[in-house]
Design a protein around this ligand. Structure first.
Ligand code: ARG
Length: 463
């Protein structure tokens, strides 16, 4: 095992403290940037060649060397471990010099690790955003599948976690579909700002070589080049934005999780998780626990933590680069890992949940959730809504006293509170009617929900 020489030895005469060396090192985690670091180096090399800084021969030697490094890393499982390095950038350079000799030392001309790391992070994050989008689409598909499979089932809708009005179970599914749809939009917005190239900013002041930055950007698939070198090496707002969008996404998943957890209790009993995504208790033999969803709910907190950590890390930093910024990586990496795993597990749970349609629909038809419907019925017969509300309130009170539902009250009894009530009230009070009347765009009427399912499918297939 050979210790790679660090990149800045010349000015130093003393030996570094071992503890500090370990503390300073980011290679333990930033090796994840290896592929993009090499890709950025390939493009930089081309920039140097086009600028006449490197000869064609030197540039091909460097490029071949870099390609060999990539291959070695793929095949040799100890490749990263037998050359301890300060960070991924030092590692790549050390490997290159080891492989091709002194020409390798020319690669760092006109760049700094400061613009390098910002470039790497953006390249890495861009690809991860694309992967996250795919996971999001899959979770959305799982929601649509579930909605389609149970398109006729109703559940109680809640406000304040008190039974409010019945809704279709598919409507519940599509509520989360919409939230995830906005998450996708947010991520594509973030991607636009991620896709800007800092390379060429060098340490902070810009590069002294006539490197065609546009050319380098094209090589790397960047949409644009950064316009201010101080800004380009200093800011991590693209990471914060991503973690912000990821936080909202995790918040949505956490709410899905919470609903599923509650709905699978004996008390609610609308859902049952399959054995594939539940666990048992080491002590209580009867238990079936929704650990999968609890972990998604729990892990959301961790992503929110990364968001505030990064905000706090950056808030007091003077321009330009400061080593504090090395702290961005673990927050970003863990956010991506957490979001990816949470999206995958959520999709799996959604595909492994049994909907107890009968029990859910029965619950949806009880608990006076048709009271608003009765008020609307009276409104249709000409009563002002406020009066209708009051009349129905009194009817509900009566029904509660009797221990029956509104639809179980005798017609005469209803009439005694409002002469507007006619025989057709019973039809109005049915679950079917209660759902069917919510027929404006965005409502839970079956025809609207069927359209919404279709629209959701179309959106998914066009993305
Ligand atoms: N490992 C460093 C980071 O992650 C790379 C940049 C180092 N730059 C420097 N001037 N020390 O931020």
């Amino acid at each position: 095992m050979t210790e790679s020489k660090n990149l800045w030895g010349g000015r130093f005469t003393g030996k570094a403290d071992e503890g500090f060396v370990r503390f300073n090192r980011s290679f333990g985690f930033d090796r994840r940037l290896f592929d993009v670091d090499v890709a950025a180096s390939l493009a930089h090399c081309e920039g140097l060649r086009a600028a006449g800084v490197l000869t064609d021969a030197e540039s091909s030697q460097i490029k071949n060397g870099l390609r060999t490094i990539i291959k070695r890393a793929e095949t040799d499982s100890r490749y990263f471990d037998d050359l301890p390095s300060e960070d991924v950038h030092s590692f790549v350079e050390a490997r290159l010099v080891q492989l091709i000799g002194d020409t390798g030392r020319k690669l760092h001309t006109g760049r700094s690790r400061n613009d390098q790391v910002a470039t790497d992070l953006r390249l890495w994050l861009r690809a991860e955003i694309d992967r996250t989008q795919e996971k999001l689409i899959d979770a959305q598909s799982a929601l649509v599948e579930l909605a389609e499979k149970h398109s006729a089932a109703a559940i109680p809708g809640y406000t304040h976690l008190q039974r409010a009005q019945p809704v279709l179970f598919a409507h519940w599914c599509l509520a989360y579909f919409e939230m995830l749809e906005r998450d996708r939009e947010r991520l594509s917005e973030v991607r636009k700002r991620v896709n800007v190239m800092p390379l060429g900013s060098a340490a902070l002041a810009g590069t002294a070589y006539r490197i065609d930055r546009e050319l380098v950007a094209r090589e790397l698939g960047f949409e644009d080049v950064s316009r201010n070198s101080l800004d380009a090496v200093s800011d991590r707002d693209f990471c914060i934005e991503f973690i912000g969008a990821a936080s909202i996404l995790m918040l949505h998943l956490s709410r899905v999780a919470e609903d599923i957890i509650i709905y699978s209790t004996a008390e609610f009993g609308f859902l049952e998780l399959s054995d594939a995504v539940a666990t048992g208790s080491s002590l209580m033999p009867q238990k079936k626990n929704p650990d999968s969803m609890e972990l998604v709910r729990g892990k959301s907190g961790r992503v929110f933590g990364h968001l505030s950590a990064l905000l706090a890390t950056l808030k007091g930093l003077p321009l330009a680069y400061n080593k504090d910024m090395q702290e961005d990586k673990e927050a970003l990496f863990d956010t991506v890992d957490t979001v990816t795993a949470s999206l995958e597990v959520t999709a799996t749970v959604l595909r492994n949940v049994r909907v107890r349609e009968e029990r859910a629909s029965e619950a949806a038809a009880r608990g006076y959730m048709n009271a608003t419907e009765l008020a609307d019925y009276l409104v249709r017969k000409g009563l002002p809504f406020r009066e209708a509300h009051d009349t129905v309130g009194r009817l509900v009170l009566r029904a509660i006293e009797r221990g029956v539902e509104l639809q179980d009250l005798e017609l005469d009894e209803m009439k005694s509170l409002s002469p507007l009530v006619k025989e057709d009230v019973y039809e109005a009070l049915s679950l079917e009617q209660t759902l069917a009347t919510k027929s404006q765009v965005g409502g839970t009427a079956p025809e609207r929900v069927a359209e919404a399912i279709f629209a959701a499918r179309t959106r998914l297939s066009s993305s």
